[in-house]
Design a protein around this ligand. Structure first.
Ligand code: ADP
Ligand code: AMP
Length: 214
């Protein structure tokens, strides 16, 4: 099964993608996590991405598309995957469609996690992230067992630089300008599913499973 998660920054794409990956035993591929791992590792890719990310801008398509297409051609992707944070622009979506077409494949679902901007701002301020394993928590809605420590790997949790309020507003503007048009793109492809992302984490997941199948 090949799934795309759509939605504003902070809508819950990563949270749901992790649950989907576990249930359907497919890899969770987050372009944001790949960039953050590269920044942490001090790679050239990481250095290119950092300045855009810190400003709430998108990393340019010529960097992002190749990276993602490489990733989905790896062996663990043969039975599908869940994409979180990609595509984010129409050219990214077109490149993905074209690359899959060449192999006689297509995406199965694009799940739009729908959350209004007002709710997003609250969520981002409370998000705490583990840069080591990509796990995400929320101080109120999904706290870790021990404050500041990742349940999954024991590393310390951080407030992402780009989750600070001034950057969140910028990211929302970028989302509406560049990413929201993908909702129409995937609606035309006939694979769009919309879920109400304002519900609790588990309810949102149940709504997604109801569409994907048990
Ligand atoms: P995205 O991957 O779309 O940027 P995340 O999955 O990281 O978003 O979620 C953003 C923040 O909101 C995190 O702190 C997460 O724990 C929290 N969150 C996710 N889904 C919900 C939900 N349904 N209700 C409340 N908080 C949520
Ligand atoms: P995320 O972890 O998905 O919230 O992504 C964090 C940041 O990484 C974004 O604000 C962008 O700067 C960058 N990024 C992640 N995915 C993409 C993408 N598909 N295209 C461009 N930039 C991206």
């Amino acid at each position: 099964m090949k799934i795309i998660m759509l939605g504003a920054p902070g809508a819950g794409k990563g949270t749901q993608a992790k649950k989907i990956a576990e249930k359907y035993k497919i890899p969770h591929i987050s372009t944001g996590d790949i960039f953050r791992a590269n920044i942490k590792g001090g790679t050239e890719l990481g250095m290119k991405a950092k300045s855009y990310m810190d400003q709430g801008q998108l990393v340019p398509d010529d960097v992002t598309i190749g990276m993602l297409l490489d990733r989905i051609s790896q062996d663990d992707c043969q039975n599908g995957y869940v994409l979180d944070g990609f595509p984010r622009t129409i050219p990214q979506a077109q490149s993905l469609t074209a690359a899959l077409n060449e192999r006689g494949e297509k995406m199965d679902y694009a799940v739009d996690v729908d959350v209004p901007d007002e709710a997003i701002v609250n969520r981002m301020g409370g998000r705490r992230a583990c840069v080591k394993c990509g796990a995400t928590y929320h101080v109120a809605f999904n706290p870790p067992k021990a404050e500041g420590i990742c349940d999954a790997c024991g590393d310390s949790l951080v407030l992402r630089e780009d989750d600070k309020p001034e950057t969140v507003q910028k990211r929302l503007t970028v989302y509406h300008d560049q990413t929201q048009p993908l909702i129409e793109y995937y609606s035309k492809e006939g694979i769009l599913v919309t879920v109400d992302g304002t519900k609790g984490l588990n309810e949102v997941f149940e709504d997604i499973v109801a569409v994907l199948g048990a």
